[in-house]
Every structure is written in structure tokens, then in C-alpha cells.
Design a protein around this ligand. Structure first.
Ligand code: ADP
Ligand code: ZN
Ligand code: ZN
Length: 813
């Protein structure tokens, strides 16, 4: 008798054992998927963890339905990594499995399928496959378990897998996330004219059109020098003709237009040589390599524009030369486009991109290419989830903008930090990690002070462009004298005017947190609240409605107060939209655009705005946090921060560190090629953080903040575990909170903070309470977690509390 322990894609505390026969055991390996029944006749895709001969003690092992893979989908190093994650972040292996693997590889009974409308080639289908397609045509969409009445249930998962591979069907969840990739326009010879003997004839077609003939000649001359597809734009530029000329050739069916997805263009020989590093870059590069001799992690602190990316390029090259895989992590999908365009020039076909906006099929393709160490996936660029790919021989992980909080996954579990999990992943592979940032997180910086990480700095911008000059404008004084023009000081307006006059671009930054405009009654002060969350609704002028940022609830704007009926209602506070309107009114001639959560919801709107900004179709860009992240524009000479204070006042122990990072990063968008200028408007020009930003004094900031962290017992000196409780019923929640906080305090004493009610105390009709456990370094983290877990079990065994949602977040953000 043989048994396998499997990981189910569910939040189960342990693995389950199934029975396999002799034939199956000969085929099975850890890391392969099997279809199994679990719970009430539900089928899941489980992952084999171990193969053994010990029957389970408390239940009878069921047989499996079917083996899905011929080759392990997940390798041993990944399993080790997942085990570490589950243990460290206090979650189940099943939850890690579920987030790690693309969902089309995890089919289960409840997965809903739909037919792919473009699929027509039904001749290639087996009779069972045909039955499924037919059923989907009749019903539009069906969950997998309903297909078991049509075909043999045990075979259904593999049938569906084949149909997905044939592009005949897809998962319903995919519909919402179909990625509209950016397409680039290319031109080629129309298929009628492809054979070489027709080339003479083709010119007969354009005898009487000189411009078209020239364009066609140009086309052939470009064609003779390259194997690569020819861009529409390249042709108009080289032939010095208008698009209309080329379109005429297309009309005549001599040329043909086609499109290629920008990040999937394959280059054959147009690889650019990497740039020659400056003296300072060489020094940094050598230091990094030297430190890698005895440190597995090196922190590269280089000011914005110092040329860190070019150093990454050299380090990547070294790894690729040794046939090692490289993972390049970025905090945000939006950032990948710019970086990929740069890396493509050097590494061409060796780059694979991986993120959640890609279709499932594309993600599976990247997964398989990485698994098989394919040439086309030697360098993987992606966001935090790319750390889950099945790397075989990873040599280097680069974590760019390592200070970014978006590396931490908040929801769902595993609530992991991709920088920290990368370091563990690298350890498993015996690989190196380079953390890069202009404003390192205090955690990483402290680790370098403690000599755990290596440390290398680049203090100058490339080409010795000076760091932007930061000027503080005290708006308290100006407000008092009533000299503000809306939200703009005269000084800021004057500098905008100058920049526009010089044909330079301007970025205006407004913090996302707080200060969204709300409707308020002048008589009684009441502002309309969300009916499901504990927040004021914010006013969206464009849609003329009031909206909740947490749950999306909307209602129409009322002209009178909902509480007292007074018709004196006014808009308070300011958001990016208001700034946009004000600046447009001040500079009616300028092209103003806005980049924030609302304007970038569409799949590609973010890239479109960036593209327009880069092409200088936008003069002034108003935006939030999104603007701070590593973007590279060379015509921006002025950055204005409208109000620095709301950042500083946020109730969070990281607020000061974050303010410093955000302000320095936003400031870093100015003057990449010649010295730029930054205006920071603030009520507190003497606040230490504001002064440190103005002086670009990271070390001072780190020193003072680290002192405070130590004094008040926060990371990096203490570890934290955050515990959140949520429930619809406030009384139940309060009772549960009291019970748990007493129990925690019994065990951990005054290391427990709270319970507190968060700033937003209710979201989607659920009330929220929070507690924080602080763990000193001389206390075993492992033992603490075991104790917390035991308390959790006791808590949930109390009938009244079972329905309370209890969320544990290790190293919370
Ligand atoms: P960072 O990543 O540190 O912000 P980048 O790598 O983006 O800096 O470099 C800033 C600018 O300087 C970019 O436009 C880049 O192309 C240019 N640059 C950096 N290093 C070199 C080099 N060695 N030779 C030529 N240009 C360089
Ligand atoms: Zn009122
Ligand atoms: Zn709401």
C-alpha cells in the first residue's frame, strides 16, 4: 500500500493523505498535481508533498481520481520556500500553494468555465471534449462539477485542461482581468507579394505615385538590413513621408499592417551594447561583487538618477553568461513597462514578464519556460508574485525600490513581504540578492549597519547632474495673510509659469491619504457617511456623486444637508481633481492631466498617461503616490508638493520614514538631465523630516528615526505581529476582542498594544478591532507564534466567537 500527502489549495491546518496504487506510485513524484475528492464530493487539484507507506491514523485514505502531470510542476526548492513562508507568516501551505500557482493550473469543482468565442476549430476535439463545448454553448457558463454528469467525473479535470490548452475554453475569473497589452504598429509586405519573383512587378503598381514608390524602396532597403519586424513609424521616418503614403500602399494591398504586443516583441539581432559605466558606477559595481563574496545580500543606496539600473544590467549579464536565472522584482506593474523597454534593448529574447494582468495562458507559459530553464525566461521581470515561479538555478535577485510598501501583500494570506521572501528564496538557491533604493527602508539600512547586509552607495547623479534644489514654502504664513491662490502659493505659480515658458514639464504632487473633498453642512457640520463603512463619502466632481473609497458605494450629491435640512452645504478639503481644476484655470493654455486611482482604473490608462507625458503632450501632471515610483522623465524641471503635512500626521509608526521616502522620491522626478527645482508647500517648514528632505539627508533621517524606533520598541528592533478581528455584530466583536486581548496579555504582558479601533472602524459592514504584539529580539519568534496559534485555537473553539474573522499579520505594514 502506498500513500501520498497532498497540499490542498485551502486554508487547512495540515496535509491530507490519499491512497495510490502500484501503477500510480511508479509515476508520481513530489510536486506533481493530482485530482482528488475532498469535502462533500468536491474535486480539487492537489499537490503531492510526500510519498510514503504509512496509512493515516484517524481516517481511511481515499484513492485519488487522477494524476495530472507527467513532470513535477513545482520543484523541491519551491516546496522548501513555501514551507518557510507558511511557517513564518503563520498561514497554511494550502494558502501559499493557492497564491503561488496560476489559477488555471488549480482547477476545482467550483471553477466556472466559459467557451472561448473565437474558437471554431471543433474538428480537433475528442467526443468527450465536444460534449463539454456543446454544454458550454448551451449554458454559456458552467462550474466544473456540473460537467461530471456529462463526462466521467474522474476525467473531467484533464479534459478541461486540454480544452484550455487548445484555447477552446477559459476560466470565468479571467474575464475581469483580460490584459489589453499595449500594441505597436508594424508593417510588412502584403502576402500577395511575398515571393521574391514578384518584387519587380510590385513597382509597376506604383509607377505613377512617386512618394509611394520611394516609400516602398525604403521599405525594401530597411528589410535588407534586418531580420526584425519593421515598425510603421520607422518606415515613415526613414522614407520621410506621411502616414497617408503608407496607408495608400496598404489600401492597394502592397503592404500590410500588423500589431505586436510591445513587451512580447522578439528581437533577433538588434541587441544594444550595454552602456559603458562611469568611474563611479564601476567602483560601485566592483564593491557589490566584492561584498557578494561574503554577504548574500547587498544594499545599493544610490540617489535618484545615479544609474543604478545600468549597474543591474551588468550584474544580470554576469549571471546570464554563467547560464543562471535572474529575477528582477519591481513594486508595481505600472513600472514594468519602462524598465522592460530598457532591459529589452540589452537582453532581447531572454526576458520574460510575469504579473497578474497577464492572461492565465501567458502566465502558464512563463511558468513552464522558467520550470524548464528555457532561454526565453532567463531573466524574469515582475512584481511580488514572480518570486513563486519554479526557478531551477537562480543566481541573482534584484529587488528594485526595495523600500516600497507595496512589496508587502496585505490580502489574502500569505501576507508576505516579497523582499524578505526573496532573501530566503535566494538562500535556498545559494543565490545573491541586491536591494536597490535611493531611500532604503529602515529595516534594510539597519541590517547593513549591523553588517548583515553589504552596503554600497552612489551619491551622485549620472553625468554629475546636481540633485534638485528643494525650496520650502511656509503656507501657514501665506494663509494668514490670505495670499494663497486656491492651493497655490505665489512662488509655486511663478515657477510653473517659468517652466512652461521654457517648454519644460511640471509635476504636482498631492498625497492620496486624507484631504479628499467631502460635502459638509455649514450649519451643523455633518458630512454624508458611507452606509457600510465608517468613512465620509468623497465628492467626485466629474461623476457628480459621492463615493466611498473602501467599498465603492455611491450616492447622488444632495443640495441640502441630510441631517438638518439646511441648504448651506459646501465642499471641504482638496484632492487631485480640485488641484487639476485650479491649475487649469490658472494656466488655461497648458495641457493638464491627472494621474490617480480614479484616472488609472482602465487597464492601460496608466501607461497612456505616462506615454503622453513622455511625448510632452501633457505640460502639467497632477498626481498622487503613483508619481513617486522610479519613473524617468527628462523634461521635468519642476516638482511641486502641494501640502506635505498630511503625510506626516498619519498615525502609523512608519509615517515619518514614509514621508521622507515619498517626498525624496517625488523630488527625484525633477531635473534628470539638468538641475531641477522642487517646491514643498508646508505648514511646518521646521519639521525635522521636512528639513531632512530639503537637505537630502538620508543618514540624519535614519539616525533620528532609528533612535525613536528603538525607544518606542518598533521594527527593526522589535518584530511585530498584528491581529485584526472583524465581525458584523459590534457586540460580538467587542466581547471577542476583550477575551482575546486578556488572553494575549496573560501570555505576553505589556508587549501587547491595544485593542484599538482603527481610523476606519468599519468596512463593508464589518466592525474592526486591532491588536499588536511586539516581540523583542531576545524572545523566540517561533515560541511566540506557537503561543499565538494556541490562543487562536482556543478562541475559535468558543462557539460565540467562531464567526469572528481573525487575521494574523506577521511584520505588518
Ligand atoms: P537610477 O536607476 O539610479 O534612478 P538610471 O539607471 O535610471 O538611474 O540612470 C539615470 C539616467 O542616466 C538614465 O537616463 C540612464 O540612461 C543614464 N545613465 C546611467 N548610467 C549611464 C551610463 N553609464 N552611460 C550613459 N548613460 C547612463
Ligand atoms: Zn446640517
Ligand atoms: Zn463604504
Amino acid at each position: 500500500m502506498y500513500f501520498i500527502n497532498v497540499i490542498l489549495p485551502l486554508a487547512l491546518p495540515r496535509l491530507y493523505t490519499y491512497q495510490v496504487d502500484d501503477k500510480e506510485v511508479a509515476l508520481l513524484k513530489p510536486g506533481m498535481r493530482v485530482a482528488v475528492e475532498f469535502g462533500k464530493r468536491k474535486i480539487y487539484t492537489a499537490l503531492v508533498h510526500q510519498i510514503h507507506q504509512n496509512p493515516p491514523l484517524n481516517y481511511e485514505a481515499k484513492p485519488i481520481h487522477q494524476i495530472i502531470d507527467e513532470q513535477a510542476l513545482v520543484n523541491e526548492m519551491q516546496l522548501k520556500h513555501w514551507e518557510w513562508m507558511a511557517d513564518y507568516y503563520m498561514c497554511s501551505l494550502g494558502e501559499v500553494y493557492k497564491s503561488a500557482v496560476p489559477s488555471s493550473l488549480l482547477l476545482e469543482s467550483e471553477t466556472v468555465l466559459i467557451k472561448n468565442e473565437n474558437f471554431i476549430d471543433e474538428n480537433n476535439l475528442s467526443s468527450d471534449e465536444f460534449l463539454i463545448i456543446e454544454a458550454l454553448e448551451n449554458h454559456q457558463q458552467l462550474p466544473i462539477d456540473q460537467l461530471s454528469s456529462i463526462v466521467d467525473g474522474k476525467k473531467s479535470l484533464s479534459l478541461i485542461r486540454q480544452l484550455i490548452e487548445k484555447n477552446a475554453i477559459r476560466l470565468k475569473e479571467e474575464i475581469n482581468e483580460i490584459y489589453q497589452p499595449k500594441l505597436e504598429k508594424y508593417i510588412k509586405l502584403h502576402s500577395h507579394w511575398e515571393s521574391p519573383d514578384k518584387i519587380a512587378d510590385i513597382f509597376n503598381e506604383v509607377k505613377r505615385a512617386a512618394k509611394q514608390r520611394d516609400a516602398l524602396m525604403t521599405y525594401f532597403s530597411i528589410k535588407s538590413t534586418t531580420q526584425n519586424p519593421i515598425k510603421f513609424k520607422t518606415l515613415t521616418e526613414s522614407a520621410l513621408c506621411s502616414a497617408a503614403v503608407i496607408n495608400a500602399l496598404v489600401e492597394k494591398e502592397l503592404l500590410e499592417i500588423f500589431y505586436i504586443q510591445v513587451d512580447r516583441v522578439r528581437f533577433d539581432n538588434e541587441i544594444e551594447k550595454a552602456k559603458i559605466l562611469s568611474q563611479k558606477q564601476i567602483v560601485a559595481f566592483d564593491q557589490i561583487n566584492n561584498q557578494f563574496n561574503d554577504k548574500s545580500v547587498v544594499l545599493l543606496k544610490g540617489v535618484t538618477g545615479s544609474g543604478k539600473t545600468e549597474i543591474y544590467v551588468k550584474l544580470i549579464q554576469e549571471q546570464l553568461d554563467q547560464h543562471k536565472q535572474v529575477l528582477y522584482l519591481l513594486p508595481e506593474i505600472a513600472l514594468t513597462t519602462q524598465i522592460i523597454q530598457r532591459l529589452k534593448k540589452y537582453f532581447g529574447n531572454k526576458i520574460a514578464v510575469y504579473h497578474s494582468k497577464y492572461s492565465l495562458n501567458e502566465r502558464v507559459e512563463v511558468w513552464n519556460n522558467v520550470l524548464n530553464s528555457k532561454e526565453s525566461a532567463q531573466l524574469v521581470v515582475g512584481v511580488r508574485s514572480s518570486g513563486f515561479l519554479p526557478f531551477q538555478n537562480l543566481g541573482l535577485i534584484i529587488v528594485d525600490e526595495e523600500h516600497e510598501p507595496s512589496y508587502k501583500q496585505v490580502e489574502p494570506s500569505p501576507r508576505y513581504h516579497a523582499r524578505d521572501t526573496s532573501i530566503v528564496l535566494a538562500m535556498i538557491h545559494n543565490a545573491k540578492v541586491l536591494l536597490g533604493s535611493a531611500t532604503p527602508s529602515l529595516e534594510s539600512f539597519y541590517n547593513s549597519l549591523e553588517d548583515k547586509y553589504g552596503f554600497v552607495t552612489l551619491e551622485n547623479r549620472f553625468g554629475d547632474v546636481q540633485m534638485p534644489e528643494i525650496e520650502l514654502v511656509d503656507i501657514k504664513e501665506i494663509h494668514r495673510k490670505k495670499r494663497m491662490n486656491g492651493h497655490f502659493s505665489e512662488r509655486l505659480i511663478q515657477l510653473i509659469k517659468e517652466a512652461l515658458h521654457q517648454k519644460e514639464q511640471v509635476i504636482l504632487f498631492q498625497n492620496r491619504r486624507g484631504y479628499a473633498p467631502v460635502l459638509a453642512c455649514k450649519t451643523c457640520g455633518v458630512t454624508p457617511q458611507c452606509i457600510q463603512c465608517d468613512v465620509s463619502l468623497t465628492y467626485h466632481k466629474f461623476a457628480k456623486e459621492l463615493k466611498c473609497h473602501y467599498c465603492g458605494y455611491t450616492q447622488k450629491v444632495t443640495n441640502s444637508c441630510v441631517a438638518c435640512g439646511s441648504d448651506e452645504v459646501v465642499f471641504l478639503g482638496f484632492g487631485t481633481e480640485q488641484i487639476e481644476n485650479e491649475i487649469q484655470a490658472l494656466f488655461p493654455e497648458a495641457n493638464v492631466a491627472r494621474m490617480d486611482y480614479d484616472t488609472t482604473k482602465g487597464k492601460h490608462s496608466y501607461e497612456r498617461i505616462l506615454e503622453q507625458f513622455q511625448q510632452q503632450e501633457i505640460d502639467i501632471l497632477v498626481g498622487t503616490q503613483m508619481l513617486s515610483k522610479g519613473l524617468d522623465f527628462n523634461k521635468v524641471s519642476l516638482v511641486g508638493v502641494l501640502n506635505a503635512d498630511s503625510l506626516l500626521n498619519f498615525p502609523d509608526f512608519r509615517a515619518h520614514e514614509r514621508s521622507y521616502q515619498l517626498l525624496v522620491q517625488v523630488a527625484g522626478r525633477a531635473g534628470r538631465t539638468k538641475r531641477g527645482k522642487v517646491i514643498i508647500q508646508t505648514y511646518n517648514p521646521t519639521h525635522e523630516i521636512i528639513e531632512q528632505v530639503a537637505a537630502h539627508d538620508y543618514l540624519k533621517m535614519a539616525e533620528t528615526q532609528l533612535k525613536e524606533r528603538q525607544q518606542f520598541q518598533y521594527p527593526p528592533f522589535y518584530k511585530t505581529i498584528n491581529i485584526t478581528l472583524k465581525h458584523k455584530n459590534k457586540i460580538t466583536l467587542d466581547e471577542g476582542t476583550v477575551w482575546l486581548s486578556k488572553a494575549l496579555k496573560n501570555t505576553f504582558g505589556n508587549q501587547v498594544l491595544g485593542p484599538t479601533t482603527p481610523v476606519i472602524s468599519k468596512i463593508r459592514n464589518k466592525y474592526i478591532k486591532e491588536m499588536l504584539i511586539k516581540i523583542p529580539f531576545n524572545q523566540s519568534l517561533q515560541k511566540t507564534k506557537i503561543a499565538v496559534n494556541q490562543l487562536k485555537i482556543s478562541f475559535l473553539s468558543i462557539a460565540a466567537f467562531r464567526s469572528i474573522q481573525l487575521i494574523i499579520d506577521v511584520d505588518s505594514y
